[in-house]
Ligand binder design. Sequence first.
Ligand SMILES: N[C@@H](CCC(=O)N[C@@H](CS)C(=O)NCC(=O)O)C(=O)O
Length: 192
Amino acid sequence: MLSYGEIPFTDRRVNKEEWAKIKPETKFGQLPRLCIDGIELYQSRAICRYIASKLNLRGKNDKAAALTDMWVDCLDDIRSMITRFYYGPDSEERTKNMENLKNVQVKSVLSSIEKVLEKDGTTFLTGDEVTWADVMLFAYFTYIGELLHTPDILSPFPRLSAIFSTIKKSPGIQKFLANRTPSPPDMRALFD
Ligand SMILES: N[C@@H](CCC(=O)N[C@@H](CS)C(=O)NCC(=O)O)C(=O)O
């Protein structure tokens, strides 16, 4: 969200040892944390929503903002459906679940969402203007594409793909992608 809005920031990553030192001083014992405007903010969606407010991406009125929040929660459900199994230890059950998520469950949810977009006939998730839900769609599906090793996961869904591409082409995201630290093939390595 910060990159999309071209708001300069310091992206501080911590290793396991640093995290053990920092954790007790965090509000809920978790990251991410955003220090901004004299406040210390936790919870990723609350953080993104705050930045979205600064960028006028919450939706043009209360109804549009509610629909935008709805889409963000809907996308977050897909992320959580995957991460629930992804971050578990290797097992036959995990392999089976991941295959099923990749080949059946995620496609089925995406197909339902694509139908909703077709029916609504809007360019973006909430109407014809970009909102933070569209930026989150890009962020979530970049992450999900990496988790499932299927970067083209949205390609069978033209409306979702079009939103993803529009956000990807924005100057802030192009800069972010050019400078981004590559993710490891198995994201569980980040927590070793
Ligand atoms: N609901 C929180 C979840 C945050 C969360 O689960 N953070 C994990 C990393 S992804 C964490 O800080 N884990 C370290 C720990 O629990 O020690 C959010 O969206 O920010």
